[in-house]
Each structure stands twice: as C-alpha cells, then as structure tokens.
Design a protein around this ligand. Structure first.
Ligand SMILES: Cc1cc2nc3c(=O)[nH]c(=O)nc-3n(C[C@H](O)[C@H](O)[C@H](O)COP(=O)(O)OP(=O)(O)OC[C@H]3O[C@@H](n4cnc5c(N)ncnc54)[C@H](O)[C@@H]3O)c2cc1C
Length: 385
C-alpha cells in the first residue's frame, strides 16, 4: 500500500521470513492432526509480535493496526490456523489488557503473554449467545471482595491450550450489564471443556470454558463493574480489521498457487493458463483481492488516525471483513477449480485454504451480522431494527 512506512515494510519482510521458516514447514501435518504450533509462539515473542499493539512502556511493541494487519496477512498466507490463534492471543487478549488493565494486571499478565511463555484467549460467545452476544448467561455474583462465576463459554480460540482468558460475564439483569474478568487456568471452579474437531483452522485449538462456582478476587475484574460493552465492541472492530488480513493472506496464496499451476499444467497442447475461462478466474480473483486489500488497509489506517467515530469505525471494519472473508472463500474455491483433481486432494494446499477461509465468514461476526451493522449505519436503526 502506498502509505506503508519503512517500518511497515521491514516488519512485513521479517514476518514473511518467519512464516517461511516456522509456519509453512509444519502446517500440513498440524492441520491433519489438529495439532498446535506452540514453538511458533516463543519465536513470535522474540520477534516482538505478541504484544504488537501494546505500548512500549508496558513492554509491547507499540505498533499500529496497519502493522497488526500486515502480520496477519503475512502469517495467514502461510498458515491461517496459527495466525487465528495468534489473533486471539495478541488482539483479543493482550491488546485488551494493555488498553484496559490496571497497572497490577498489566504487570501480572503482560510479561508472560508478550514473551510467549503464556498463551491467551478471549471468552465472549456462549452456547446460546453467539451473534446475540449480549444474551450471554454466564453470571458473576459479587460476594464481598470476590465474584462467583457460573456458566460456560464456547468456540473459544486457544481454549484447550490457553493459560489465561479475558472473559465477559453478566453482573446485572440488564442486557448491557456486562463486566470483564481475567481468568487463569487453575482458578478455583474454572476448567476447560471439550475441544472441537473442525473443518478448517484445524491447527488452532477451539474449545469450551466452564465456570462452576469459579471464585475470582475483584482484583481480577478489568474496568468498572457492568461497564464493559464499549471496550468489548471496540475490540470487535479491531478484530474485524485485523482478521481481514488473514483472509487477504489466504487469497494471495490461493492466487499464487493457481497462477503457477496455470502456467505449468498442459491440456490440449497448451498451458491451461492459455484458456480464457482460466484467465477469467485468475484475473477476477486478483482484482478482487486487490480491492479487498485496499479496503482493509484503508480501514486499518483510518483506525490508526482516529478519524472514524464509533459507529463509523464499526461500519468500516464490517465492510472490510464482509468483503475480504467472502473474497477469500471464493478465491480459494476458484483455485481448487483451476487445479482440477489435484485441487481436491491434499497434494496441494488449496483445499486447506478453502476450509480455513470459510471460518472467517463466521467468526468475529457472521456475514449476516456485518450486513446488519452496515445497514444500520446506512438506513438508521429505526428502519433496520
Ligand atoms: C473456529 C471458531 C473460533 C472462534 N473463536 C472465538 C473466540 O475466541 N472467542 C469468542 O468469544 N467466540 C469465538 N467464536 C464464536 C463466533 O464468534 C461465533 O460462532 C459467531 O459469532 C456466530 O455465533 P453462533 O455460532 O452462535 O451462530 P448464531 O448466532 O447461532 O447464528 C447462526 C446463523 O444465524 C444467522 N443469524 C443470527 N442472527 C441473525 C440476524 N439477526 N439476522 C440474520 N441472520 C442471523 C447467523 O449469521 C448464522 O448464519 C469462534 C467461532 C469459531 C467457529
């Protein structure tokens, strides 16, 4: 992008090298076995990627949303699963502690999370509250200087392997009375439930968090009681911008693999790239990828400049993710078609690209919910509801 700084370009180059050395060689097997690239997190720590948006005075790298999106794109082009786990750690957990935590919480959690010694995650979704997140039932009841949590979270990225989770729970009867708590593995009454077996993003462990009379000291509450909605929504916007980087990475790799194949694969005495129907798929994919890339980095840049008000930021983030996520799935499907029979096998990575891409049409707000956010801003909530 024309506005990338020298620092952005250097970051892009170093993450590209890291991905080629640490992610690409392992992803096929990890995807097959539903494993997890734990080693990569220690290396990301050494590279300063884990606290990418956290202020330098808090031990982070103090970089912007454009940088975080660039990292997602470069890592996502190699291994979208590990990148999804990285996003849950760095954007949904570490960024939030850096932004909203008390000095004591930052001191307690950030060094371990930024070095890679600990893995973090975020718990918002529940079995009966996904798109309608404010319908969450997990309840935190105050008892003196403690809270007692009961309920469960589901679909939590890094749930099965994480050490600490940034969790939301209800602290009142109103839909908006939501509070945030830091929950460590090993806390009394806290356990992680089943691990899900998934179609894609298989090397990013997803599971349940279970609270059964889980006792947490009020020191573990982040922010004021019952006032977490704003920070939750703002983080969703940042998540939507940065996760779009993963879609861009998947699409870029799909286009690269398909283009190479179209030059080499012969049919009817010609490379298949000589056929106009193959050219149409490749050219449309390339143009759509560029359009989504421009939209996503524009959203990231506007976020960094603070030029968008709350609802405007939500709409831009929704537009970037809505388009990038759909684009990546369709571009990966096109790559499969261009590779013919090979595209349908595990001999080439494009079938993995398609399985991984589909998740981004669901997680961090489904396509349908994003369209509602955009429609509300365009038509007004009195029309849209
Ligand atoms: C691999 C993976 C990782 C995830 N990681 C995390 C995580 O780390 N932390 C976390 O908190 N959550 C996480 N999630 C949860 C994710 O955010 C939810 O799955 C998502 O918000 C959708 O919720 P749901 O699955 O309950 O679907 P539902 O809300 O039940 O939706 C089902 C369908 O109905 C549609 N729908 C719902 N409401 C409307 C409406 N008003 N209008 C039109 N259509 C509608 C949806 O778009 C969807 O197509 C993850 C999910 C997955 C699959």
């Amino acid at each position: 992008m024309w506005f990338f700084s020298e620092e952005h370009r250097m970051l892009q180059e170093s993450v590209r090298q890291f991905a080629a050395q640490e992610l690409t060689p392992r992803i096929e097997q990890l995807d097959h076995e539903e494993g997890f690239n734990r080693d990569a997190f220690f290396k990301m720590g050494e590279l300063g990627l884990l606290g990418i948006t956290v202020a330098e005075e808090d031990g982070g790298s103090g970089l912007d949303a454009v940088s975080a999106t660039l990292v997602m794109e470069e890592m996502g082009a190699a291994d979208a699963s590990t990148t999804l786990s990285y996003l849950a750690h760095s954007i949904l957990c570490v960024n939030q502690i850096g932004k909203n935590g008390t000095p004591e919480q930052k001191e307690k959690y950030l060094p371990k999370l930024i070095s890679g010694e600990w893995i973090g995650g975020m718990g918002m979704s529940e079995p009966d509250a996904g798109s309608d997140a404010l319908a969450m039932k997990t309840k935190a009841t105050r008892q003196g200087d403690h809270y007692v949590l009961n309920g469960s979270k589901t679909w939590i990225t890094n749930g099965p392997i994480g050490d600490v989770f940034y969790c939301y729970a209800r602290t009142g009867e109103e839909r908006t009375q939501i509070s945030t708590f830091m929950v460590e593995r090993g806390a009394v009454g806290f356990s992680t439930g089943k691990k899900f077996s998934k179609m894609g993003m298989r090397a990013s462990p997803t599971g349940e968090l279970v609270f059964s009379n889980c006792q947490l000291h009020e020191r573990e509450r982040v922010g004021q009681e019952g006032k977490s909605i704003k920070m939750m929504m703002q983080n969703l916007d940042l998540e939507r911008i940065t996760i779009s980087g993963i879609s861009l990475g998947i699409a870029r790799s799909s286009i690269e693999v398909a283009t190479r194949y179209a030059k080499e694969r012969m049919a009817f005495g010609k490379p298949i790239g000589a056929f106009q129907q193959i050219q149409e798929r490749l050219t449309e994919a390339s143009a759509w990828y560029e359009a989504c890339r421009a939209l996503t980095y524009q959203a990231a840049k506007l976020w960094d400049l603070g030029l968008m008000k709350d609802k405007e930021a939500s709409m831009m983030a929704a537009k970037a993710k809505l388009q990038s996520a759909q684009m990546a799935t369709l571009v990966a499907l096109d790559a499969i078609q261009i590779l013919g029979g090979y595209g349908y096998t595990r001999e080439f990575p494009v079938e993995r690209f398609m399985r991984d891409a589909k998740l981004i049409e669901i997680g961090a707000g489904t396509n349908e919910i994003l369209r509602i956010i955009i429609a509300r801003q365009m038509l007004g909530s009195e029309v849209v509801g």
